[in-house]
Design a protein around this ligand. Structure first.
Ligand SMILES: *Cc1c(COP(=O)(O)O)cnc(C)c1O
Length: 367
């Protein structure tokens, strides 16, 4: 059997083991140490975020973001509906109420529906969590304007979009707080990990305090608040430092993979790819597309027969059984994307030959 082609497997740079060995030699086998600082500095240097905090996951980052903003029971948090559950779980951890907002042609959150959601909300929403889906930038300038107008905190879920930019600015630094993910399937991986960024030092300091069990500064461990054990280990941070060194190459390769798919499938008129909004440069974490007529499940099956992984697009949150009674403003756009869409293998180590073979299978199986 041919070696399985995965959607987006980790792609190590080659430096990781050297840095891990260095961490072992120093015996910093702990959730603190020099590589944690270096990993945070590398994120600040790359994204120009003034402050960063390395965490065990992006989900932990979103949770801490809500905690430092004081979001709690009964507060309304607006959020993209067309996203992964990791984006919204933190809202539930804090017993706040999500209000789901549908997408527009950008596939990302619709500014028009966002305004509508704010107007229709039973009370003034406290925060908005937006996702830059599949590494492509949301209409961030309009969203920032709307949040400022209504005095709503903006959190960017940039879990999928590390390295994407709008104008000269990186995804993740437009909002009050932003998070990146280093889970196994993301553009960079530490096997698991996340980063919280902000230009507000107090928030990052507070998040750091909460991420290490909320210990007051006494020798005997004094506690006035409850916290979490959310810090990233020095070992995993060593992997992160090595991964950050190749981020530009990884973005370039992801974009190359997208362009090759687009070129190879250009004859098929019923295919549309996820767009890139004007003025932005996505990281094309996954190449995603929709069919007009063909059932994407048929393509998924055909690829699976060749030991190739592909998947439907995210199922919108407002259609999930978990959120059957949740507040939502939707016009069916993301539902249509979900029915017609497909994520294609986009691992940065994959061969161009594999992409061409995948396109051949797709062409053979369209209706
Ligand atoms: C992966 C992902 C997350 C969660 O990231 P973890 O680091 O695994 O917690 C959150 N939101 C989106 C959009 C994601 O794709």
């Amino acid at each position: 059997m041919k070696k399985r082609i995965f959607l987006s497997p980790p792609d190590m740079s080659g430096k990781e083991q050297e840095y891990i060995a260095e961490a072992f030699e120093s015996n910093y086998i702990a959730p603190l140490g020099p590589f944690v600082n270096r990993f945070e500095e590398s994120i600040c240097n790359y994204t120009k975020a003034p402050y960063a905090l390395a965490l065990s996951s992006a989900t932990a980052g979103l949770h801490l973001a809500l905690r430092v903003l004081g979001v709690g029971e009964g507060d309304i948090v607006l959020t993209s509906s067309f996203t992964f559950i990791g984006s919204v779980n933190a809202i539930l951890y804090e017993r706040a109420t999500p209000l789901f907002v549908d997408s527009d042609k950008s596939w990302n959150i619709s500014p028009t529906l966002l305004r509508k959601a704010i107007a229709l909300a039973p009370k003034k929403p406290k925060a908005l969590i937006i996702t830059h889906l599949y590494g492509q930038m949301a209409k961030i300038e309009e969203i920032v304007t709307i949040c400022k107008e209504h005095n709503i905190y903006l959190i960017e879920d940039a879990a999928e979009s590390l390295g994407a930019s709008f104008g000269a600015k990186q995804s993740g630094i437009f909002g009050d707080l932003g998070v990146y993910s280093f889970n196994g399937n993301k553009i960079l991986s530490t096997s698991g990990g996340g980063m919280l960024v902000s230009s507000n030092k107090e928030w990052i300091d507070k998040a750091s305090f909460l991420s290490t069990q909320a210990k007051e500064p006494y020798l005997h461990y004094e506690h006035k608040e409850y916290g979490y054990n959310y810090r990233l280990s020095n070992i995993l941070s060593a992997i992160g430092v090595a991964q950050m060194e190749v981020l530009d190459q990884r973005v370039a390769r992801k974009r190359e993979i997208f362009n090759l798919y687009k070129q190879e499938l250009s004859d098929i008129k019923e295919i549309s790819f996820m767009p890139e909004i004007q003025g932005s440069r996505g990281n094309r974490w996954l190449t995603t597309l929709t069919f007009e007529k063909t059932n994407p499940l048929k393509i998924i099956e055909a690829l699976e027969e060749n030991n190739i992984e592909s998947r439907p697009l995210w199922k919108p949150m407002h259609l999930q059984p978990l959120f059957a009674n949740a507040l939502q403003v939707s016009d069916g756009y993301s539902e249509k994307l979900f029915q017609k869409g497909l994520c294609l293998p986009s691992g940065t180590a994959m061969k161009n030959r594999d992409i061409i073979d995948i396109c051949t299978i797709i062409k053979k199986n369209i209706e």
